[in-house]
Design a protein around this ligand. Structure first.
Ligand SMILES: [Zn+2]
Length: 218
């Protein structure tokens, strides 16, 4: 009986691995072509002289733990955790979140590795603008009518993100987030508003395109 399926686990592992990689690439393609948050960010990056190339700037990989993605500033590459990204909506959120970091990396001299407040600012913006907090926000608004929930969610997520990538204490992460919260929470570039859902994001994209149309006519 033990000879019945000696190759089975390996084959299963291999095909699952290939399927994960292919699934990741296909979902990424769809996100880049159709998601309004992502389309706006890609336009904004191009306008800032940092055009994004799918093959050069994205990498589908297996990741440890339950991390969904990351931005590797040293090689300007977004890592997508193919073993943890569950579906298209999840892929949309991860790509949006990471593109906000790359947008910040492009427009400002972000000191990711030694200045925890720079990292904190970008994490606040990514949590605020990517929709990471919007779904939860909707549920809580309906159930409890908490208007402050969005801000609380953004603060909590920014702190968790810092702790996931930097070896600092919770106190240091909280202090950094609180010090820059006001200005970074109110910095909505390139959206011009908090895009609470896809419709808002579409309007933001349209406004962004118009803004630059006018500027180019001046
Ligand atoms: Zn982040």
């Amino acid at each position: 009986p033990e000879q019945l399926a000696p190759e089975q686990p390996q084959q299963g592992f291999l095909s699952r691995f290939l399927a994960d990689d292919q699934k990741c690439q296909l979902m990424l393609l769809k996100t880049l072509q159709t998601n309004p948050y992502v389309k706006l960010l890609l336009d904004a990056m191009k306008r800032s002289g940092c055009a994004v190339n799918r093959e050069r700037h994205f990498s589908c990989e297996d990741c440890n733990g339950n991390v969904s993605g990351g931005f590797d500033a040293s090689v300007s590459q977004i890592v997508l955790c193919q073993n943890n990204i569950r579906n298209q909506a999840h892929m949309n959120r991860v790509v949006t979140h990471e593109l906000i970091h790359t947008f910040d990396h492009c427009r400002a001299h972000v000191d990711w590795f030694t200045n925890v407040r720079h990292l904190a600012c970008s994490e606040i913006r990514a949590a605020n603008l990517s929709g990471d907090c919007s779904l939860v926000n909707e549920i809580f608004r309906l159930r409890f009518g908490l208007k402050q929930h969005h801000q609380t969610c953004v603060r909590d997520r920014a702190i968790l993100s810092i702790l996931a990538v930097r070896n600092v204490s919770k106190e240091v992460a909280e202090k950094a987030v609180d010090e820059v919260f006001e200005s970074c929470f109110n910095d909505h570039e390139p959206f011009g508003r908090i895009p609470h859902n896809k419709t808002y994001a579409k309007y933001a994209h349209r406004d962004f395109q118009n803004r630059h149309r006018y500027y180019s006519n001046i």
